[in-house]
Design a protein around this ligand. Structure first.
Ligand code: CA
Length: 628
């Protein structure tokens, strides 16, 4: 079995082995039949191709091989044999001299089509069709003629470069960020790219008969685990109907009592009849809206452009809304609770339904420039006027060609995020209904490139949680996922129902090492102490196996300067902290009893100078043992 774990596990050599052997890393599959990469095939040598040396227009000079293939009537194809599932680039050396405006050209990879606009070019150019997941073994690559008239000199298939997750910064945009906020950001960075954190949006405002734990209980029952991130919405704290549904208290409880992480969005309500609204007067929730004015459901009399113009009623209203919000965020700050803060979300519109300038929400309905001004106003007001320094600013982006123009800028943003909704539309998985398990690697890559990898990329909202295998193979290192709340009546069948979630896959990811759940967050998540110094792992002195109790006892040599040791054991599919602070005088540990002969176990030990062990720290020093 190929080891799919992405955690960095180093294997320690033991000095003594008694009835216990270390398993060695399995040699990579020889895969003698696979092609070598980059794999190059001449266009004229593809199946179904014909040999051309002249086309119907200006002739591109300097082909390689015998000539080129000209896509006219026949599909040209080839197969490529890859050693294991992974991401590959397909690049065509091509020319197109028929259409000055460009022509749509298509590649089919194992039957799935991808099209792009091939620009006019009288010379050979390298046209990248992007990254594709190829499966171990034979893969069929086809160029159907369709609109055609693309000259193909040669095609190159190569291993796609991996994202460099180490480029992401954990330095917050807010230079005055609180120690707890810095500690959380540092933790996020420590798991980014090697794990995904499980999140879940809660219902608010009395849903699920006021059981705000409904989603968590559902997930606990299904998977045995509870998500690490709690998603909330500060919508109900507003100057209009101002309803406290306990969101703030739940956030404080989640972070301080249950050691969880909080993320928050903010559906900012405005009065529909803004003309006749008197600032500060109550307005019933039915008379409020957060929709855009173009939809007919927003407010025609509220001009979003005025939100940033002093002296306007819109400006004054937004000041009031921020004041109400800040009151709650300050309570969180005073309680030592940082927030992954995602205001003004989905500004550029709900994918597939709207486009630039006709967004879901009023804050996006006047385009990118106004939007960025509002973002900056919110940022400076919350940080400077209200002294809020417990916020990790998360910006929702899309991957339209102009999405970068909406980005507020590195100095105002800490994390970029995408909201994945592809069950109803934009599926891309060849199905018409049911859960959509794609990891959407192209979207991830687009957001990664938005900041050249400098900001971590999260899936801030989603319907189906992507399949674990897709996330791992496709190098889609989303920081976390967070399905929207299950809004159905009587327990509901919405986002946690089987129309949206594949329960087998959901269990698989929740129970995997790759996914971090609530009990796997480090106990010092919000610690404001100096970082713990971890010396080298202790040297193992002996490993003994008790045939009577089927347990392993090992001893180690003391590490100079260590104040304590910690042990983690890999049992039942996940790392569990066994003990966090073994005294510095101790040099031995005995595993639980009744290990199964023939099975492989992992035990990790770390020496500490201060503080307690986290699984992350311990597994760097993991020992793999196979019980004989
Ligand atoms: Ca050629």
């Amino acid at each position: 079995m190929k080891n799919r774990l992405r955690k960095g596990i180093s294997v320690l050599a033991a000095s003594a082995l008694t009835a216990v052997s270390f398993s060695s890393v399995m040699p990579a599959n020889a895969a003698s039949s696979s092609d070598s990469f980059p794999f190059v095939i001449e266009g004229e040598n593809m199946e179904g191709a014909s040999l051309w040396t002249q086309n119907y227009g200006p002739n591109p000079e300097g082909y390689s091989g015998e000539g080129f293939n000209y896509l006219t009537n026949d599909t040209a194809s080839f197969t490529v044999n890859v050693p294991e599932d992974g991401m590959y680039t397909i690049t065509v050396r091509a020319a197109q001299v028929l259409d000055k405006g460009g022509r749509v050209e298509t590649v089919k990879v194992n039957g799935n089509k991808t099209s792009l606009n091939m620009p006019y070019s009288e010379e050979w150019m390298d046209l990248s069709f992007g990254n594709f997941r190829l499966k171990k073994g034979e893969n069929l690559i086809e160029f159907p003629s369709e609109y055609g008239y693309m000259a193909i000199d040669k095609v190159t298939v190569d291993v796609a470069p991996k994202h460099d997750y180490s480029l992401a910064t954990d330095v917050l945009s807010d230079k005055n960020a609180t120690p707890e906020t810095k500690a959380l950001m540092s933790y996020l960075k420590s798991v980014y790219g090697s794990h995904i954190i499980a999140g879940q949006q809660e219902i608010y405002g009395g849903g699920h008969k006021n059981n705000y734990e409904w989603e968590n209980e559902f997930l606990k029952n299904l998977t045995g685990e509870v998500p690490a991130i709690r998603g909330v919405d500060f919508m109900n704290y507003n100057p209009l109907y101002g309803w406290d549904d306990g969101t703030t208290e739940r956030c404080i409880e989640w972070a301080t009592k249950r050691n969880g992480i909080v993320t928050a969005s903010w559906h900012i309500n405005i009065p529909k009849d803004f003309d006749n609204y008197t600032l500060g007067e109550p307005v019933g929730w039915q008379e409020c809206t957060y929709k855009n004015y173009q939809s007919g459901q927003g407010s025609l009399s509220f001009d979003t452009r005025n939100v940033v113009v002093k002296g306007t009623k819109e400006y004054d209203y937004f000041q009031l809304a921020m004041e109400d919000l800040a009151e709650q965020l300050l309570r969180l700050q005073e309680a030592g609770v940082p927030v992954i803060w995602r205001p003004l979300h989905e500004a550029q519109g709900n994918e597939g339904n709207y486009s630039d300038g006709t967004a879901w929400f009023w804050w996006g309905d006047r385009g990118a420039e106004t939007y960025k001004e509002i973002w900056k106003l919110l940022y400076t007001t919350l940080t400077e006027k209200y002294g809020l320094h417990n916020l990790i600013w998360e910006y929702n982006s899309y991957d339209y060609s102009n999405s970068a123009t909406w980005y507020p800028g590195d100095e105002y943003v800490d994390i970029v995020a995408y909201d994945k909704y592809n069950v109803e539309y934009n599926r891309g998985d060849g199905k018409s209904s049911g859960p959509n398990l794609l990891a959407i690697p192209a979207k991830f890559d687009s957001l990664y490139r938005l900041t050249n990898g400098k900001k971590m990329v999260a899936m801030a909202e989603n319907d189906t949680i992507p399949a674990l295998d897709n996330l791992l193979v496709e190098d889609a290192g989303w920081l976390y996922f967070c399905p929207w709340y299950d809004g159905g009546e009587d327990g509901g069948t919405a986002f946690l129902g089987e129309n949206y979630q594949d329960y087998d896959e959901l269990k698989k990811i929740y129970q995997s090492d790759y996914c971090i759940t609530l009990d796997e967050l480090p106990l010092d998540l919000y610690s404001t102490k100096e970082p713990v110094v971890i010396p080298d792992a202790p040297e193992i002195a002996s490993i003994d196996y008790s045939e009577k109790y089927h347990q392993v006892r090992f001893t180690w040599k003391p590490v100079d300067g260590a104040t304590n040791y910690g042990i983690a054991v890999y049992l039942a599919g996940k790392w569990r902290i066994q003990t966090q602070s073994i005294a510095a005088s101790a040099t031995t540990y005995t595993t639980p009893k009744n290990l199964t002969p023939g099975k492989t176990y992992k035990v990790a030990i770390a020496a500490k100078v201060n503080g307690q062990l986290t699984a992350e720290q311990a597994i760097k020093h993991a020992v793999t043992i196979t019980v004989k």
